[in-house]
Design a protein around this ligand. Structure first.
Ligand SMILES: NC(=O)C1=CN([C@@H]2O[C@H](COP(=O)(O)OP(=O)(O)OC[C@H]3O[C@@H](n4cnc5c(N)ncnc54)[C@H](O)[C@@H]3O)[C@@H](O)[C@H]2O)C=CC1
Ligand SMILES: O=C(O)CCC(=O)C(=O)O
Length: 529
């Protein structure tokens, strides 16, 4: 196996380079490349992995050129610079490092709060200009002030903790903050309008989503208390910059501290130059400690995926540990083959996919197995589908996916049963793993049969009558088709029977039609795996 190749296109700590090298991965460190999208598009096709911070914009155009890319690692939290749907559609795992820079970013928000409260940047500039304007700068005390946190997740919670330590009164708006967590943090959970009306300082800590974009809109800002101070160390675009500039000029907003901007790099901005505006160039995560944390973590995660199939902190696929990966691998193959089997037999629109995991497999990462089964199922219709994208593609097509887990009920230690429901029929197929690694089909339409799935197979349904086996063997032999194996099953003597025939050559349409004329054959289908 040739060593995977990773491109680092942003200013990551060199610690990442060392990790990749130590793990036997080839690495190109081009920290300024993220800003050159033409060059990035030109070379991205050479890499299996791309490690980035926020300067690299991984657009669908870049992804279209990323023909070998398997993983994008964001050394940081926000993945809004990656087109996740486009990456998912191409089967590229996108991972981030959700905790490595949270303390540092929370500390930046607190630093911004003090900078605003005491006008430190302006006082510094004035003092160093020799002005000694002692009477110009009159600050406000932080103790006892009401801090309104919008978004109380990892970073917001750390800000809350520090603010409580500073004896502030902390209120938080976050629809996903539980009452218990709020109590634990010592914050009062409130609605947005309540926060806007009460907070003396507001700090934003949500991701950028369609719901949070412009959360501090012109209308929302108008509801704030006169003299409010606003801090944004999350994402530009959460605040309406034009409206904020107007309110700063009118004096309604007493100060604003911004680390992030709608347009980055921000070289011109409506807020620049206004009184008591403090700006930093997206430095929230920029400490030696945080950068080392995220670089090491992203390099470890990407290496684990490229070398061992382990997935952690992916935003578009369930996690799989390095220990689980080898155990899961044969089950992923089984799930994909079961899906493929059912998919090749399904000619009308699928309504529902039901997957039952029984026994040991029920305790594995079934989300990953379901993704594999759905990919296998949709592949006959959508050749390029991959297991990362499959569940979202299925949902887009209105297909309902149902998963059930239960303890072992039959002979098999692990059993996966896939049932597909279409307008006209419901078809079920089940399989297991034997000898630790080998996928086997063990049941089709409720009929027991134990068959390996070779690259070329014939699936035949027939009435259980004497003479069928001899005739099919002869017909295939006469047409130069070598039989690798042949497995049979039936529901009862003289009832419905099935045959799975592993073959070494392709069976053409004419021969398929001829097989269909063998007495008692109901249906014959050539399958590939
Ligand atoms: N300035 C910088 O350098 C950095 C900025 N960030 C930004 O900070 C953001 C937050 O990071 P974390 O706290 O780690 O994320 P997180 O996911 O732990 O927390 C985000 C919180 O926002 C809440 N939220 C989501 N939608 C909301 C809505 N409509 N209204 C109110 N709350 C909502 C969520 O429930 C969650 O609790 C990141 O998404 C990133 O964009 C992160 C690191 C560094
Ligand atoms: O990498 C950086 O400097 C920015 C960090 C950031 O914005 C994030 O982690 O979301």
């Amino acid at each position: 196996m040739t060593a995977p190749k990773v491109l680092i296109s942003d200013a990551l700590s060199p610690a990442a380079v060392q990790i990749f090298k130590d793990r036997g991965i080839e690495v190109d460190f081009q920290p300024a490349l993220g800003k050159d999208k033409e060059k990035l598009a030109e070379i991205i096709g050479n890499y299996d992995g791309l490690a980035i911070r926020s300067a690299t914009k991984v657009t669908s155009a870049i992804l279209a050129k990323a023909t070998n890319l398997k993983v994008i690692g964001r050394a940081g939290i926000g993945v809004d610079n990656v087109d996740i749907p486009a990456a998912t559609a191409r089967g590229v795992i996108v991972m981030n490092t959700p905790f490595g820079n949270s303390i540092t970013t929370a500390e930046h928000a607190i630093a911004m709060m003090f900078a605003l409260a005491r006008e430190i940047p302006a006082a510094d500039a004035s003092t160093q200009a020799g002005k000694w304007e002692k009477n110009r700068f009159m600050g406000v005390e932080i103790t006892g002030k009401v801090l309104g946190i919008i978004g109380c997740g990892n970073i917001g919670s750390i800000v809350a903790d520090r603010a409580v330590g500073l004896k502030m009164r902390v209120i938080a708006f976050d629809p996903f903050l539980s009452a218990e967590r709020a109590l634990e943090l010592g914050v009062e959970k409130v609605e947005l309008d309540d926060l806007l009306a009460r907070a003396e300082i507001i700090t934003l800590h949500t991701p950028m989503t369609p719901q949070t974009r412009n959360i501090l809109s012109r209308e929302a800002l108008a509801k704030t208390r006169p003299g409010v101070r606003i801090i944004n160390c999350a994402r530009g675009g959460l605040v309406d910059e034009e409206a904020l500039a107007e309110l700063l000029k009118s004096g309604h907003v007493a100060g604003a501290a911004l680390d992030v901007f709608v347009e980055e790099p921000a070289t011109a901005n409506p807020l620049f130059g206004l009184p008591n505006v403090v700006c930093t160039p997206h430095l929230g995560a920029s400490t030696t400690e945080a950068q080392e944390n995220v670089a090491l973590q992203v390099a470890e995660q990407m290496s684990d995926y490229l070398l061992r199939g382990a997935i952690s902190n992916a935003v578009n696929f369930p996690s799989i540990t390095a220990e689980e990966a080898p155990r899961l691998k044969p089950y992923i193959s089984l799930a994909e083959k079961l899906g493929s089997f059912a998919g090749q037999l399904t000619e009308t629109d699928i309504k529902t996919i039901r997957i039952v995991y029984e026994g040991d497999v029920a305790h594995m990462k079934i989300k990953a197995l379901t993704s594999a089964a759905v990919a296998g199922l949709l592949r006959p219709a959508l050749a390029d589908i991959n297991i990362v994208a499959a569940p979202s593609v299925a949902r887009e097509r209105g297909i309902v996916i149902e998963e059930t887990t239960r303890e072992k009920t039959g002979d098999h230690d692990s059993l996966i049963t896939l049932e597909v429901e279409t307008e006209n029929l419901t078809r079920a197929v089940a399989g297991t793993i034997i000898a630790g690694t080998k996928p086997r089909i063990v049941q089709i339409k409720g009929i027991n049969v134990e068959a390996d799935l070779l690259p070329r197979m014939l699936y035949i349904t027939n009435h259980d009558r004497p003479g069928f086996i001899g005739r099919i063997g002869t017909l295939l032999g006469e047409n130069g088709i070598n039989i690798a194996h042949m497995q049979f099953g039936r529901d009862f003597e003289g009832g419905n029977a099935i045959a799975l025939v592993g073959i070494d050559q392709v069976v053409g349409e004419t021969l398929l039609k001829e097989i269909n004329t063998i007495p008692n054959v109901v249906q014959v289908k050539a399958l590939t795996f």
